[in-house]
Design a binder for this molecule. Structure first.
Ligand code: SF4
Length: 268
């Protein structure tokens, strides 16, 4: 009972999707206002250079703002379970690159942290992943996790080969290795973003399940796009990047939703 309470307290809070989407809408409004001011200041100078330049610049700004609103509206519809246009997804991810730093700055005065926004992005992105109905066979799925999941004093070199893990129960690596044997997906432990990208390149999966902190998941999901990726937040009860944990039941739930039932193969 006591242990259950402790585990529940360690779980990352489920972030709200509307926080991320709301802050991005606000960012578009602020950027749109900034563009209007820039346009107004530049009009006299531009008109002197060429009569049509103010109209051209104005049209570019208006196009950007309308496109941004459409992408965000599309993402909101998708997150709400309503009909949406998957074709706008790649534009939305590019837009997030531009708008996210603005959203972080705008959130500060309201006490909204970067981590909350990143967590909200992951929740939104996971909904989009499942809405696309992505199902792959186990050998086309890559599960990747950071090195901090391994018990710091474990002597086994699991980054070279996770099967070096003795599944002693000292950390969650053992449970993930056992799951990979049971279901047949590729499982790797990466020491950093470069190695993670290298693993993706080498294994050529059709989908990725990543376990990491908010920051790494956010950048990782965007980096691997258009490869579909779902994120599971790690649990940092010992502080960041040290003896982290993951909710194995949550990982299993996600895997059961992604892996085709007849595409599971036991690994020896
Ligand atoms: S479960 Fe594996 S990685 Fe974790 S401490 Fe035990 S042997 Fe090391």
């Amino acid at each position: 009972m006591q242990e259950n309470k402790l585990v529940a307290a360690m779980q990352p809070k489920r972030p709200r999707k509307r926080l991320f989407l709301g802050m991005l809408f606000l960012s578009v409004l602020v950027l749109g206002g900034g563009m209007a001011v820039i346009w107004y200041i530049c009009v006299p100078g531009l008109a002197q250079i060429q009569r049509d330049l103010p109209d051209i610049l104005g049209a570019v700004f208006v196009f950007f703002v309308i496109l941004a609103f459409l992408c965000l509206l599309n993402m909101t519809l998708a997150a709400a379970g309503l009909p949406y246009l998957p074709v706008l997804r790649s534009r939305t991810y590019s837009l997030i690159h531009v708008l996210f730093p603005v959203a972080v700055r705008l959130g500060k005065p309201f006490g909204i942290t970067r981590r909350q926004l990143e967590g909200s992005f992951i929740a939104t992105s996971n909904v989009l992943f499942h809405r696309l109905g992505i199902r792959v066979s186990a050998d086309k799925l890559l599960v990747v996790t950071p090195h901090c999941l391994q018990l710091a004093r474990c002597p086994h070199k699991v980054t070279r080969d996770p099967d070096n893990c003795k599944q002693c129960g000292g950390c969650d690596v053992g449970a993930l290795v056992a799951l990979s044997h049971e279901m047949g997906f590729h499982f790797f432990i990466a020491t950093g973003g470069t190695l993670a990208r290298q693993i993706v390149y080498n294994t050529k999966p059709q989908a990725v399940l990543a376990i990491a902190c908010e920051r790494d998941l956010m950048s990782g999901i965007q980096d691997v796009y258009p490869l579909p990726a779902v994120g599971v937040l790690n649990i940092r009860s010992n502080g960041p990047c040290y003896n982290t944990h993951v909710d194995i039941e949550e990982v299993r739930r996600q895997l059961e939703n992604i892996i085709l039932k007849d595409g599971r193969k036991k690994r020896e």
